[in-house]
Design a protein around this ligand. Structure first.
Ligand code: ZN
Length: 241
């Protein structure tokens, strides 16, 4: 179930096919939890989120949604977003069309049956994807591919304090933060993590809300100085990943 760093970062030049973070004009961030729902830990996390009025996004496995539909119903009722993380955590880039259909379509159908909501977002297990697969997931299965910008490697169980420190060190406006609600240490880390991020002024939103907040303003110019004949900037115009 371990997640790894995305193997392929999204293209910075072509069409936007996946997202690591979103360029926003305010202190908005999105907390995401993968690999659940867990019978014990996800309800505990929902309690922690509720106490702080924080909405998160859950990238869930279809087979676990089938086992714990009541947890997903609760997550939706409390304002969270539920999204697709495959049926049983297979690396999608190694599957044929039939395998993809099961991992993607069956999972979305099971989520929708449980929550009554369409599924518009997908996170490939292990971040194992490529531009072609991203395009197929969007065009054929109707989901945007969401990766992440902040990875505390909580699945390696470094201890709650380290998880908190890593998230605090990496989070900026627009960050998509990765964690897993199947590890006790991750859940243990969340109260301090959330409280510290709130104290810094960050505002938690779901991934769909973060996408909707994408800045319409042009990216800031590379140099702030008004006139002098600029040395040619090598900075290409980056598209939001
Ligand atoms: Zn995963």
């Amino acid at each position: 179930m371990a997640m790894q760093t995305p193997q392929e970062l999204p293209s910075q030049t072509g069409e936007c096919t996946s997202y690591n973070s979103i360029r926003v004009d305010g202190p908005y961030i999105a907390m995401t939890f993968d690999d659940g729902p867990s019978a014990v830990l996800t309800p505990r996390l929902l309690d922690i989120l509720k106490q702080r009025h924080i909405h998160a996004t859950f990238f869930v496995l279809g087979q676990l949604v089938q086992e714990h539909p009541e947890i997903m119903a609760r997550a939706i009722a409390e304002g969270h977003e539920v999204a697709n993380h495959s049926w049983d955590h297979k690396a999608l880039n190694k599957l044929g069309e039939g395998g993809l259909q099961h991992e993607l379509a069956d999972t979305s159908a099971t989520i929708t049956k449980t929550t009554g909501k369409p599924v518009t977002l997908m996170r490939p297990p292990y971040g194992a994807t490529n531009p072609r697969l991203n395009k197929a997931i969007e065009k054929e299965y109707g989901m945007k591919v969401i990766l992440w910008a902040v990875d505390p490697f909580d699945w390696k169980r470094p201890g709650p304090q380290v998880i908190t420190q890593r998230i605090l060190a990496g989070t900026q406006p627009g960050s998509i933060i990765l964690a897993h609600d199947i590890h006790p240490g991750t859940i243990e880390a969340m109260p301090a993590t959330f409280d510290a991020l709130l104290a810094k002024g960050f505002k938690f939103v779901t991934i769909s809300e973060l996408l909707a907040l994408e800045s319409k303003n042009p990216a800031p110019a590379p140099s702030a100085s008004p006139a002098p004949p600029a040395q040619k900037s090598s900075k290409s115009k980056k598209k939001t990943a």
